[in-house]
Design a protein around this ligand. Structure first.
Ligand SMILES: [Zn+2]
Length: 358
């Protein structure tokens, strides 16, 4: 194996480790680090949770014999930081531990001074290689990158549809048609846990009475968001049970009476989606899952406000009902996964940085 192949091998491991931070690292990027001495991994780490140690620190701490560090290489998926944040700079730690070589996946495009961590290391005489599996390392943090470059959260749209293209029966009450299977429901809850906020429209809140919490997976509940222009939703809905915070977007100028429920006023004479995006950006919410209904999902698609779409296609036929949203014709269909007789289709919008290879 030549040096390039070896670098890519360990960088792939960094990316794998970084993904363990999918639930906790935000609003920080996911980062993984590996320390290699004489062709053997002697330390590994990733950024677990915002405010806690960075990947490089965890990797260095995991090394049993610190003497080996002075002849090791540290691989890290993102440029080591160079400024004092909640933790001391990782570049300084690498220099202090006298690690002679650093391999970096991608530079930090949104660090206060991008590239400074690498410069600091080079100035101290460290051999630095930059750009190993760069596209993969950027893509790993596409939520983080989209948030900072587009000034809005990374948006995932999700729905389930019948074999004949309906998402629900037409109804004025009663229970929704359950299209999900236990397997796809578990996956849906995993996706909820990976998003910081979840949005539904008024009709979905009223007819489906969803909890929008994470139950069939481990992780934090997303912030619940619902659009209710005139505040006509009944107070007994699960969304207002106070179990986890909820925001109602409304045109009414009144404070909420429910604990854990907050009113956010929007101008409904204007397009509300840009206003919601601004609000979420200001709250530092980097990812948004939209779970319905059809009109709301379609308005996101029409406004090109989406990054991923997850469509569950079940074998059941409804014959009639509410038609599923329609995707624009030229989108990039990414992958199909099979769950029993159901299929999950993932689409990705390829407009942003870090998606060149996807
Ligand atoms: Zn750091």
């Amino acid at each position: 194996m030549n040096r390039k192949e070896e670098d890519e091998k360990y960088m792939r491991r960094c990316i794998q480790l970084a993904r363990n931070g999918a639930m906790g690292a935000a609003p920080n990027p996911m980062v993984g680090a590996v320390i290699v001495c004489d062709g053997k991994i002697i330390g590994e780490g990733y950024h677990r949770r915002c405010g806690q140690a960075h990947a490089e620190v965890n990797a260095i701490r995991s090394v049993r014999n610190p003497e080996l560090l002075t002849r090791s290489t540290i691989y890290v998926s993102l440029e080591p930081c160079s400024h004092y944040g909640k933790t001391p700079p990782c570049a300084d730690l690498i220099i202090e531990k006298q690690i002679p070589r650093v391999v970096v996946g991608c530079i930090d495009p949104f660090a206060r001074v991008s590239g400074r961590g690498i410069q600091k290391l080079r100035d101290a005489g460290v051999d630095v290689t930059v750009g190993v599996l760069e596209d993969d390392c950027l893509s790993l943090n596409r939520r983080f990158i989209t948030f900072h470059s587009e000034k809005r959260p990374y948006i995932v749209l999700k729905w389930a549809q019948s074999a004949d293209g309906f998402i629900d029966k037409v109804r004025e009450g009663g229970h929704p048609v359950v299209l999900s299977s236990p397997e796809t429901q578990m996956l849906a809850h995993k996706h909820r846990a990976e998003c910081k906020a979840i949005l539904v429209g008024r009709r979905t809140a009223l007819l489906d009475n969803p909890s929008l919490t994470v139950r069939s997976w481990h992780g934090d509940n997303p912030l619940r968001l619902v659009i209710d222009r005139s505040l006509t939703l009944p107070p007994g809905l699960h969304l207002f049970d106070g179990s986890t915070p909820t925001v109602i977007f409304t045109e009414m100028d009144s404070a909420s009476q429910h604990p854990g429920v907050e009113h956010v006023r929007l101008d409904f004479t204007q397009d509300i989606l840009p206003q919601i995006m601004r609000y979420l950006h200001e709250r530092n919410i980097q990812s948004l899952l939209v779970e319905g209904g059809c009109r709301l999902l379609q308005s996101f698609i029409d406004a090109k406000l989406w990054d991923e779409v997850h469509v569950e296609r079940v074998s059941l036929r409804l014959e009639d009902g509410v038609p599923a949203p329609t995707m624009p014709p030229n989108v990039c269909f990414q992958v199909e996964k099979r769950f029993g007789s159901d299929y999950l289709h993932f689409y990705r919008n390829v407009h942003q940085a870090g998606d060149k290879k996807l």
